[in-house]
Each structure stands twice: as C-alpha cells, then as structure tokens.
Ligand binder design. Structure first.
Ligand code: CA
Ligand code: CA
Ligand code: CA
Length: 304
C-alpha cells in the first residue's frame, strides 16, 4: 500500500516535470481579440495586452480581421500596437486579411527578446455594430547568423534561443566568444625549428604568438632564418611581423620577403613574437634555433 502511494506520487511528479519541460520548449503562441468579437464591442472600452518574446526570439503579431468604427486619425475607436514604446500601428475602419497582410502585419514584429503591446479603445457610441479585431501572435527563434550585427570570425551556429561561434582547427575562441585567435603560444628548450602557425602553407590570421626559447646556462641562443621568408608588409610597413626580444635587446620587427640575417642573441632566454592581422595569405617563416657557447663581451674586449 505504502509502495503504491510512493510510486503513484513519483508518477505524478514525473508527468508534471515532463509537462513543465514540454511547455517551456513550446513557442509562445495565442490569440488576442476585442471584447465581444465577432458580435461587436461595447462603448467606453479600454484594454491593453502585452506579450514579450523570450531571449533570442522575436514576437510576431498577425491581424486576421479588423472592423472598428472609422474616424479621423482613429480618434473615436482605435487599435494601437507598440513595440516597447514605439507606435507601430494606429488602426481603425475595416481592413480585409489581404490588406492587413500586405500593409500592416509585416511591421508587427518585436526586436529580439522585445515586447509588443496592444491597446484597444472605444468611445461612447457606435452608429452601427462593428465586429472588432482578432489577432494571432507567435514567437520564432532569431537566426543570429543571418543578422548583420553578429560577427563570428569563422563559423556561426544558430540554435533555438541563441547562437554560438566556433573556429577552424589550430584556433581557439577568444573570451568574447566571437573572435578566433591562433593557438600558438609555447615554451621550448634547446635546439629546434620554429615555424609560423599554419605551416606548411599560409600562416594563420589574427595570430599573437609568444614563443619562449631557452638554453642551458652558459650558452646563448643562435638564430637562423631558413627557407622562404614571407611576412606581410604593406607600403613598406610591417602589418604582420616577427620580433625577437632578449632582456636587453630587440631584433626586428622583421617583415617582407627578404630573409633576415643570422642573429647571435647573447641571451640564454629569448622571446619570439609573431603577429598577424586579419588579411593576406603569406607563407611565413622558419627559424632554426640552437645553443652556442657564450663568449663574454668583456673577455672579447680584453682579447682585442
Ligand atoms: Ca465608437
Ligand atoms: Ca537563434
Ligand atoms: Ca596579414
């Protein structure tokens, strides 16, 4: 008996939970009509309806029938429709569905997550009976990927209630969730070859790489650019660049197509910085690095 009660309670709970989740996922839809529709509205009516779209959705209103007393600027009886505080329509008289569809309904749309308000007013009299109005409202997902003000660097994915951006392989999504940045910051030790991100092939756009290179104490890093060197320059300016920094010196910025000369850095730790902008297809660089015994400058001076 006890078990039956518990299982019945669980069943009711599950059904309720299911209904709540189904209802939450359903779009907001419904009817709005004037009091007494279609048999006619009374005098001195003032009613307001307000509906709001959930985040990432727009609310659309479709008037199916309009039959109000006609008057100059709808002074007597009127249906006014606002999007937040903007007046979208001030309506009276008779309009067929075709007229409503072609002239009024396309503008009855909220912004994303916005609200529509309807105000229906009638004055003290009607010379003949008027049916009133009837409207249907519905919500639709906003396809943000087609909206002009949403910019994903690489890929945009629309879903119901929102959107997301993603990046090509080798990139990560910045904290702003829109911009893709090249994934190219690392630490290296000893000897090796450093290549621009995306190699082989044109380097990635929008890169800000920081390569930290180190060798054993008593050694310095020797650098040699090899193979193709092609880093974008425009009007003689480095729009993309490679720069090498030690604690005391900076080599570069380097760009263009001429391979820079070999560099003896006189440093155990260096940073190689590579920056690229959003444009261009350039091949990049290849940089060999290796340790070399360090000759103290002081000894060199004494020797000379
Ligand atoms: Ca009236
Ligand atoms: Ca969406
Ligand atoms: Ca570039």
């Amino acid at each position: 008996m006890q078990a039956d009660i518990v299982s019945s309670t669980m069943l009711i709970f599950c059904v309720c939970a299911l209904l709540v989740s189904v209802c939450q996922s359903l779009p907001l839809v419904g009817w709005i009509q004037s009091p007494g529709y279609p048999h006619g509205y009374g005098s001195d009516i003032s009613e307001t309806w307000r509906r709001c779209a959930p985040p990432g959705h727009v609310l659309s209103l479709r008037l199916l029938h309009l039959d109000l007393e006609e008057s100059y600027e709808c002074e007597n009886d009127a249906l006014k429709i606002f999007e937040d505080h903007n007046l979208l329509a001030n309506l009276c008289g008779r309009m067929t569905l075709e007229e409503l569809q072609s002239s009024v309904n396309p503008s009855l749309r909220s912004s994303s997550g916005g609200c529509l308000s309807l105000t229906f007013q009638s004055d003290y009299s009607n010379t003949e009976r008027h049916a009133g109005f009837k409207a249907f409202y519905t919500t639709q997902d906003v396809d943000e990927c087609w909206e002009n003000d949403v910019v994903c660097s690489h890929f945009c994915h629309n879903y119901i209630g929102g959107y997301s951006c993603s990046c090509k392989p080798g990139y990560y999504l910045d904290e702003d969730q829109h911009e893709c940045r090249a994934n190219c910051t690392e630490e290296r030790y000893g000897a090796g070859v450093l290549k621009s991100p995306g190699s082989p092939g044109p380097y990635f756009e929008n890169a800000d790489c920081l390569f930290s290179l180190s060798v054993d104490e008593g050694n310095q890093l020797e650098l040699k650019f090899t193979g193709v060197f092609d880093v974008e320059s425009r009007d003689g300016r480095c729009v993309d660049f490679v720069k090498i920094k030690t604690d005391t010196e900076t080599f570069g910025p380097f760009c263009g197509k001429k391979r820079p000369a070999d560099i003896l850095t006189a440093a155990q730790h260096i940073k190689v910085i590579f920056h690229s902008d959003l444009e261009g297809t350039n091949q990049g660089f290849s940089l060999e690095y290796k340790p070399k015994g360090r000759i103290l400058k002081e000894l060199l001076v004494v020797h000379c």
